[in-house]
Write a protein that binds this ligand. Structure first.
Ligand SMILES: Nc1ncnc2c1ncn2[C@@H]1O[C@H](COP(=O)(O)OP(=O)(O)OP(=O)(O)O)[C@@H](O)[C@H]1O
Ligand SMILES: [Mg+2]
Length: 381
């Protein structure tokens, strides 16, 4: 289908929405560039659906502005916003065929029947269901029904596409397949797309940028690589990917584990001296086998758990200090590790987030982060 929709620029300016005492959106600021797929990610109840509903006009915010292509649409009705939304539940009409479902929005817009059929078939072609147009939706699988829902949204040629957990009712394999298709269609059509999920892997896989939310506030918005490697705060660091917490000391703005220096991100604690915790990714923890006769050293611990994950494996190691570190290893390395075994750990001196016990949340959580140069591996105890 030749899609004439040009991706809109969207801006949320200081949006607030309360439900009783709950701040569903709390000074929520975010910008979406033309043709970009932004994922909003966050735990249940953090305000993701509220942000989508505010965008599409299904709900009015208490204050703030929604600006599309420079025009304030905060008080424009949903019908006049030219946006389409796909929900978690398929929400198709069961008494209509697939094609009639896709045509529905065009009927509402009083498009003549010939054009309606042509455009509906083009949209079904895009999602690979043109040959199923005459089926009823109850005759289709969950993944197919969500494709119909997607065609129903695309046929409207919206300025913005809003997807609220469109894949979460599907099984894992279909989910992965369909998220790839959504991304392909989005890139083809150039639609500015806001995709909501609480699945971090899904977010990192499809997004141009991911916005992480907590309690109605945007914590950080960044490209997947940056979000993972340069988190703006502890919440983002622990919500995206895994990390081990290691006690450290901050001296003159650097973190020390024993006498080994670990560079820290600019988003770390503003304290320049004192106790802190550093958050280290499993792939930055390296593991070495220790022969039983070698004397026990501070950087040696005992394997408490081993998880085989197919293409990788994770080992949890309890250190003499009582802390547990997670290391990512290869499947072949995992063959050589057993529970109860003594191993030595090293941390790659890659910049990590350091947090101090009395850190207060930053007033402005969105920061520019610069990468710190890498150094040689250091020991950990
Ligand atoms: N209509 C409503 N009435 C009262 N409270 C509401 C309403 N809609 C949302 N809330 C509350 O606002 C907060 C944000 O809800 P929202 O649905 O946006 O969360 P979410 O991030 O989409 O969560 P989930 O991942 O579970 O879908 C929650 O605390 C929720 O209980
Ligand atoms: Mg929701």
């Amino acid at each position: 289908m030749p899609n004439e929709a040009v991706g809109a620029e969207v801006e949320f300016r200081d949006l607030n929405k309360r439900y009783g005492h709950t701040k569903a959106l709390d000074h929520f600021n975010c910008e979406f560039h033309s043709g970009e797929l932004v994922v909003l990610l966050g735990p249940s109840g953090c305000g993701k659906t509220t942000a989508l509903r505010a965008l599409t006009g299904l709900m009015q915010v208490d204050s703030g502005q929604i600006v599309v292509n420079g025009r304030d649409i905060t008080h424009t009705s949903a019908a006049k916003r030219n946006m389409a939304m796909v929900f978690q539940q398929y929400s198709l009409f069961p008494n209509m065929t697939v094609r009639q479902n896709v045509e529905f929005g065009l009927t509402v817009r009083k498009v003549d029947s010939k054009r309606r059929v042509r455009q509906a078939m083009e949209a079904l072609e895009m999602v690979g269901l043109a040959n199923q147009a005459d089926k009823y939706t109850h005759q289709m699988s969950g993944g197919q029904q969500q494709r119909v829902a997607l065609a129903r949204a695309l046929v409207l040629r919206p300025a913005v596409l809003a997807l609220d957990e469109p894949l979460s009712a599907l099984d894992a394999k279909v989910r992965v397949q369909l998220r790839g298709e959504i991304r392909r269609l989005q890139l083809q059509s150039g639609l500015t797309t806001l995709f909501v999920t609480h699945d971090q892997e899904e977010a990192l896989a499809v997004a141009d940028r991911v916005g992480v939310m907590k309690e109605g506030k945007l914590q950080q918005i960044a490209e997947p690589w940056e979000l993972y490697n340069e988190p703006a705060n502890e919440f983002v660091a622990t919500f995206i990917g895994e990390s081990s917490r290691i006690p450290a000391v901050i001296r003159d703005g650097s973190a020390f584990v024993g006498d080994q220096e670990i560079p820290i991100l600019k988003t770390s604690t503003k304290r320049t001296n004192g106790e802190a915790t550093i958050l280290v990714r499993p792939e930055s923890v390296q593991l070495e086998m220790v022969q039983p006769h070698v004397p026990r050293l501070a950087n040696q611990g005992v394997v408490k758990n081993l998880t085989f994950l197919g293409s990788t494996a994770k080992v949890e190691v309890e250190m003499p200090s009582g802390i547990t570190l997670t290391a990512q290893i290869t499947p072949s390395e995992s063959m050589m590790v057993t529970k109860g075994q003594r191993v030595a750990l090293r941390i790659e001196p890659k910049a990590v987030l350091a947090v101090a016990p009395d850190d207060v949340p930053q007033a402005d959580p969105i920061k520019v982060v610069t990468r710190v140069e890498e150094k040689q591996p250091s020991q950990v105890s």
